[in-house]
Design a protein around this ligand. Structure first.
Ligand code: FAD
Ligand code: NAP
Length: 307
């Protein structure tokens, strides 16, 4: 069977693209390698998605998925490993050997957390080093933890961790935060959050489990140690785009540039959400991208006499 549209990734971008494609009466397949919801599943509460003052991330994800299914989207498990462009059709292959054919492919694979790449980080992953406060925060009840980074993720997750930890120390490489003002104000007002400015983590130390970090002040060069049972690392994102390298659509950092309609440089291949080269990575912007790509797929199929 040839699908009209095949979407890779069920985060907010992919699920919205699927909804719009299905509502344009296109035969639409949504492939996901984990649980539908994407990064929303790692967010306790979302407060900046219009229409909801506050909604648990997994619930918003579940609602979006139900909405797509209701309109006829076929949703399946699949770890996509390659996409081959044959012009009017594209061939999508999964890790288990499953092969799908589609006239349009929409890449909605999002991003992964960047690693610090310091000694001890890999050794203590799952033994005190974490990239997901929502998943692991409760293990640190009445313990001191460190959060590395100064963006929205670091500051929001530092706040989340204060529910469990006795103290949360944010280590940031500059003396001002990158995070949104509202998140900064809340963190500065939280007596459980402390800041170590102008500093980077040079090493994660411990024995069986994490016991602390070695810090270096980037202005003075001074090296110090900070005791902690947990180290939560939020130093940015890397695109989930390795398996699309053969298509020649990635920029030199692996992000996927598109035009305003989310079309990549390859005809019939679109990209939406966090994997796209863009400035503002949010649920609302991923949803906007998805709507454009879903509708754009229909326009592309009509313009090229493919339906
Ligand atoms: P994602 O949500 O990352 O979804 C991508 C999906 O693709 C995933 O489900 C993944 O499993 C799947 N996938 C990847 N590769 C493959 C493959 N090869 N085969 C099959 N499936 C694949 N934004 C807000 O607006 N408000 C917030 O409060 C907020 N909080 C956040 C908190 C944290 C900790 C983080 C990290 C981000 C937060 N964001 C928030 C940002 C927001 O979550 C993202 O911008 C948004 O989820 C991006 O959507 P997406 O659909 O592009 O990708
Ligand atoms: P980000 O915005 O790229 O911030 C990364 C932070 O890590 C920056 O403060 C950066 O420092 C620091 N950093 C980068 N490399 C480092 C290194 N090697 N060592 C030490 N520090 C390093 O990433 P993010 O916070 O994960 O956010 C990603 C996207 O998700 C953003 O678009 C964000 O808006 C969105 N998001 C939104 C929400 C929300 O709306 N509530 C919540 C979470 C995430 P510098 O500041 O010096 O560059």
């Amino acid at each position: 069977m040839t699908y009209d549209v095949l979407i890779i990734g069920s985060g907010p971008g992919g699920m919205t693209a699927a909804l719009y494609a299905a509502r344009a009466n296109l035969k639409t397949l949504l492939l996901e390698m984990g649980a539908p919801g994407g990064q929303m599943n790692n967010t306790q509460h979302i407060e900046n998605y219009p229409g909801f003052t506050k909604i648990p991330g997994f619930e918003l994800g579940r609602n979006m998925h139900e909405s797509a299914l209701e309109h006829g989207v076929i949703s399946d498990f699949g770890i996509v490993t390659s996409v081959v462009d044959n012009g009017a059709t594209k061939i999508v292959t999964c890790e288990d050997g499953a092969v799908f054919e589609a006239k349009v492919v929409i890449i909605a694979t999002g991003s992964v957390f960047r690693k610090l790449d310091v000694p001890g980080e890999a050794k203590y992953a799952g033994r005190g080093v974490s990239y997901c406060a929502v998943c692991d925060g409760a293990f640190f009840k009445d313990r001191d933890v460190v959060v590395v980074g100064g963006g929205d993720s670091a500051i929001e997750e530092a706040q989340f961790l204060t529910q469990f930890a006795s103290k949360v120390t944010v280590v940031h490489r500059r003396d001002e935060l990158r995070a949104q003002k509202i998140l900064q104000d809340r963190a500065f007002a939280n007596p459980k959050i402390e800041f170590v400015w102008d500093s980077v983590v040079e090493e994660v130390e411990g024995s069986a489990l994490v016991e602390g970090v070695v810090l270096k002040n980037v202005k003075t060069g001074a090296v110090s140690k900070l005791a902690a049972s947990g180290v939560f690392i939020y130093v940015g994102l890397l695109p989930n785009s390795g398996c699309f390298e053969n298509l020649g659509i990635l920029d030199d950092e692996g992000w996927i540039p598109t035009d305003g309609d989310m079309h990549t440089d390859v005809k019939g291949i679109f990209a939406v959400g966090d994997v796209r080269r863009k400035h503002f990575r949010q649920i609302a912007t991923a949803v906007g991208d998805g709507a454009k790509a879903g509708q754009g797929s229909y326009n592309y199929l009509i313009d090229n006499d493919l339906i």
